[in-house]
Design a protein around this ligand. Structure first.
Ligand SMILES: Cc1cc2nc3c(=O)[nH]c(=O)nc-3n(C[C@H](O)[C@H](O)[C@H](O)COP(=O)(O)O)c2cc1C
Length: 345
């Protein structure tokens, strides 16, 4: 039987079932509980992430994600207009506690970010009403563990000096964006790690929800490891064997105490990936983003190869290398602007 006919028969069977179970949330839950395990791995990873987050809090261990989020909430409080006499009363205690634990544990927390938390907490206690009893007691607790102020004070600042000065003209950004294409044919040339590090410096500046940056870029350029990993995603068929460097961006679901944030790993990692890919182009390198399909055996193989924790999920893979000038790139015409946006007034 021709493939096209088989496919139509398959669609004809699945369509009424999906249509029926999509009518209500409960029906959808029944479908994915009993008829399809498609979401099981994701649900388990989200739960494992929440459990990990809560375990650190309950055991009184340093939880860098809690500290980063709360530090960011405080810095937003400090830049509010008009300035408030007192704020953050519902989370300042856990923030001071998390800061103390991070100072004690050290290893879990980025030193620069610990300094940022220190500066923000110092600015908070300098700016809020110290006659408030909770503020006063927590200020003393904070000051007992506070770090020496560093050279840079990482508190909200005015961008007046930068106002009007465009570091990159629009036309240059447009040209760079046009120049970047998904490249699938590379020269047989190693990718210098220092160039990758330069591009990572740009990736790390991408925005992320509450500044959590809940991802890690994992790079492989040993030919054996690249061969092992590059065939795992489904989208490298036919060109996986010429990838000089293969990257997997791994999301960390232990950054969240609630399911409501479960999509943030995908968004944050993708924003960083875009910065990374554009930066690679400025350094003479090219890349191709590669979809990570949520398929059981592929997920298990990748998790084993990368030694992932249950709360870590591959988000996206990337092929990186020097483009082979003889290799073709796809045109991939883009949608017109009036199709991708609406100004609704
Ligand atoms: C999330 C994502 C997943 C992708 N997955 C694959 C893939 O598995 N295999 C592939 O060859 N290209 C993949 N691509 C590249 C797209 O096909 C490409 O970005 C698109 O056709 C637009 O072309 P351009 O990047 O050259 O502008 C992916 C791109 C994105 C953003």
């Amino acid at each position: 039987m021709p493939t096209q006919l088989l496919r139509r028969i398959g669609h004809g069977i699945v369509y009424p079932i999906t249509g029926l179970f999509s009518r209500a949330g409960l029906l959808a839950a029944v479908y994915y509980a009993f008829l399809s395990p498609a979401f099981w791995r994701e649900m388990r990873a989200v739960l494992a992430g929440r459990a990990r987050y809560l375990k650190l809090v309950l055991e009184g261990r340093s939880n860098r994600f809690l500290l980063i989020r709360n530090t960011h909430r405080l810095e937003k409080g400090l830049l509010m207009r008009p300035a408030r006499d007192v704020f953050a009363l519902d989370y300042i205690e856990e923030t001071v506690e998390a800061f103390g634990q991070a100072v004690h544990d050290r290893d879990g927390c980025d030193p620069g970010q610990l300094g940022w938390s220190n500066d923000i907490l110092a600015a908070y206690f300098d700016s809020v009403d110290a006659t408030h009893p909770l503020v006063r007691s927590l200020r003393d607790r904070f000051r007992a563990v506070a770090l020496q102020p560093g050279a840079a004070c990482r508190v909200p600042y005015h961008r007046r000096a930068e106002a009007g000065a465009q570091p990159v003209p629009f036309d240059d950004l447009l040209a760079l964006s046009r120049h970047r294409k998904s490249v699938r044919w590379f020269l047989d040339r190693p990718v210098p790690h220092d160039l990758v590090r330069q591009a990572l410096a740009v990736a790390s500046l991408a925005p992320s929800a509450c500044n959590r940056q809940p991802y890690e870029f994992r790079f492989f350029d040993d030919p054996g490891r690249v061969a092992e990993l590059a065939t795992l995603p489904m989208g490298t068929k036919g060109w996986s064997s010429n990838i000089p460097m293969f990257a997997v961006i791994v999301g960390d679901l232990s950054a969240y105490f609630s399911e409501r944030d479960r999509h943030a790993i995908y968004i944050d990692a993708s924003l960083a990936a875009m910065n990374f890919m554009l930066a690679l182009e400025t350094l003479g390198l090219s890349s191709c983003p590669i979809n990570w399909p949520d398929v059981g055996w592929r997920d298990r193989r990748m998790a084993k190869a990368l030694d992932l924790s249950p709360w870590q999920r591959p988000v996206l893979c990337l092929a990186v290398g020097f483009a082979d000038p003889e290799g073709l790139v796809a045109f991939s015409e883009k949608r017109s602007l009036d199709r991708i946006a609406r100004f609704d007034g």
